[in-house]
Design a protein around this ligand. Sequence first.
Ligand SMILES: [Zn+2]
Length: 289
Amino acid sequence: MGTKRILIGYGIDVDACSSAINTRDGAKPDLTNISRGTFGATVGVPRLLDLWKKKNITCSWYIPGHTLETFPEEMAQIRDAGHEIGLHGYTHEYPGDLTREQFETTLAKTIEIQTKFCGKKPRGFTAPAWKTSPDMVEVLEQYGIEYGECEENPYFVPYGRERFKATDYKNHPGTWMVPLQQSSPSKMVEIPGNWSVDDWPPFQFDPWSNSQGYVDPFNIQRQWQEQFQWCYENYNTFIFPISIHPQVSGRPHILRMHERFIDWVNNEHEGVEWCTFAEMAKEFREGRI
Ligand SMILES: [Zn+2]
């Protein structure tokens, strides 16, 4: 095996109250979820900032417009600590639920808010819940967004206009036994999203979804380590993006898991660089990884 160069980083979605207010089906927002979101912004964020400072790690934080305008002081702590700030909708709306015009309106507004807040334009967009739409990548490209964390494929993001024939039992199989036709790659770099390295499904209890909440952090740590170790043994270069939320990872036992995982990565592996997703995208675009 040759020289190792591994880029690893945390993408932190500061959903806070936005995803609780946007119930998506017209249901009344759950006040406990809103309270949980407030905990994320006001307690989880500073705890995570302390951890990154202690471990000397710069991260990418994807902040919905609603979070930024509701908790400007906490979000300023992120900005002032030198972390990257990127886009994540206004009230965590799924691009797949929006018309092209609605998506463009939320994108333009959130770019404007973040540009004013940070003094520079955001470079990355994470689709809430990774729910994309066929128009999304084209619109992001038009607005100069350089990379996205939207799908599971690494490299350049396809336009999302793959042509496929949905299976429909009402019709003769001969009408739907057709292979998928890939769409062409865009100019945007994809940082692949992966529920297997995401804190929400195992650690966020939600009685109305398949999130669990009570998984042993040592179990999840071992799963993350096994994924990292396989990649390390089989590739000289790879990226390892992790996705977390302050309201989930800001709790004591999850914070301890992150600390153990970071130490394991650093102490047992050569050639590891902790970086932001924007840096991963830049390294890929410029052909260094
Ligand atoms: Zn989110």
